[in-house]
Design a protein around this ligand. Structure first.
Ligand code: ZN
Length: 430
């Protein structure tokens, strides 16, 4: 992979953060014009193919819901002043709220209000996609300050037949085999979850487009759950092309990286993420697959079972700011976005350069000295250790990743050893 085509992590982090700040104010949901406006912005970086899936379409066991759009929403107090206003924060309205305009008492209104009692200054994020309802979210302090009396509520929304929208960027490589990177585009003003994922994948796409690649890369931006379900249902005939995949989410917070294995557990993507995290060092976590979490649930459902893992920093719902107004553009930092960008590219680099070799001199160790590969330093240098491992495990079964894993040597050193051994005719690419 051509690393010279990409900026340093710090510069990429700043670029991703700038895009994230632009994406953040848009009121997105699982359908509607906010998603389309988001894709318009991304189309400046990568060329996108947009698909509209009409309301009522089947996606396996699911049905695409009606399209939701919102123009304004507010609660006015007994004195007629707005006490909660959608224009201050789009989190104030429960996502997919049905239209409403009525007067009601504070007692009646309370049934439609949601707060975050443990964090009295934060506005929670709530949705009601598949169950028609309406509501407002506000801080506990705002709620506590509401006087008794009659209130007027207005939600100027529409819920009608339309479509959900997903976008794909396909970056061609030498092979038809694909790497899928999927992220969800359905959250309103929440920065880590998941403006960070959208911005990272778009910027990644921008740089991958400039590279000469082995695999074809398919970037998928779609609403959580119903997006991947609809996409999988529409593309069942070509899923065999997907050789590796990752779900990108929550990539801008201060926590260390977390890799979640695919359902297969030992897929090349699982092994690549583990070796990259090991080689980079630092605080990180590797977790097994569980049928909970994000869109990997759909890609790893038993009838689909694609080798798709998840790569995040702190996973969704494990950071305090999750699904609240505190998950804002100050919570995510360019530094961490840049580190995540570097991590994604490192995993891609391993996928691009992994291979299997056959040792052409498997009976006894070949004499490295006469081929200029052995410098005779007592105990052997790291380079020689990598050469010996690459020779020993190049039996057709082990790929370079497996050799890096078993030897404890970095992927780069094993890759370099294989190149050197191939150059002197000791290894043959399979
Ligand atoms: Zn979320």
């Amino acid at each position: 992979m051509d690393w010279e085509a990409v900026p340093a992590a710090a510069a990429a982090g700043r670029e991703i953060h700038e895009l994230l700040v632009e994406l953040y104010p848009i009121c997105r949901s699982i359908s509607g014009d906010g998603v389309r406006a988001t894709f318009d912005m991304l189309a400046r970086l990568v060329s996108l193919e947009i698909t509209e899936v009409p309301s009522g379409s089947a996606a396996f066991d699911w049905t695409v819901p009606r399209e939701w759009n919102i123009r304004d929403a507010w609660i006015a107090g007994p004195d007629g002043e707005r006490v909660v206003d959608f224009r201050d924060s789009n989190l104030h309205v429960v996502g997919y709220s049905t239209p409403v305009r009525r007067r009601l008492s504070l007692e009646e209104l309370r049934n439609h209000l949601h707060t975050h009692p443990e964090r009295p200054d934060w506005i929670p994020f709530r949705t009601s996609y598949y169950n028609e309802n309406w509501g407002f979210c506000l801080s506990q302090r705002q709620l506590d300050a509401l006087p008794e009396g009659d209130y007027e509520v207005c939600i100027d929304s529409t819920l009608s037949d339309g479509s959900i929208t997903y976008a794909e960027a396909v970056i061609p490589g030498r092979h038809e085999d694909e790497v899928l990177i999927s992220t969800y585009s359905c959250h309103p003003s929440l920065a880590n979850d998941n403006c960070s994922g959208i911005a990272l994948v778009a910027v990644l796409g921008r740089y991958l487009s400039r590279m000469r690649l082995r695999y074809t890369y398919r970037l998928l931006f779609s609403p959580g759950s119903i997006g991947p379900l609809s996409w999988l249902a529409a593309n069942e005939g070509t899923l065999h092309r997907i050789k590796h995949g990752l779900v990108a989410s929550c990539v801008g917070d201060p926590g260390g990286p977390t890799s979640k294995r695919s359902r297969r557990g030992t897929a090349e993507i699982d092994r690549a993420a583990a070796v990259v995290l090991r080689d980079r060092g630092g605080d990180h976590a590797i977790r097994d697959f569980v049928p909970l979490g994000g869109d990997e649930r759909q890609f790893c459902s038993p009838g689909i079972d694609l080798p798709v893992g998840a790569l995040s920093r702190t996973p969704a719902d494990e950071f305090a700011e999750y699904h609240s107004s505190a998950d804002d553009t100050g919570f995510v930092k360019a530094e961490f976005l840049g580190d995540s960008f570097d991590l994604y590219l490192s995993v891609i680099d391993v996928l691009e350069r992994n291979a299997r070799y056959e040792n052409l001199n498997p009976k006894g160790e070949p004499q490295l000295g006469k081929r200029g590969l052995y410098r005779g330093i007592a105990g052997g240098s790291n380079r020689e250790v990598a050469l010996l491992w690459a020779l020993n495990l190049s039996d057709g079964d082990h790929d370079l990743l497996a050799i890096a894993d078993r030897s404890g040597q970095s992927f780069s050193s094993i890759r370099a050893a294989a190149d050197a051994l191939e150059a002197v005719g000791l290894l043959r690419l399979l």
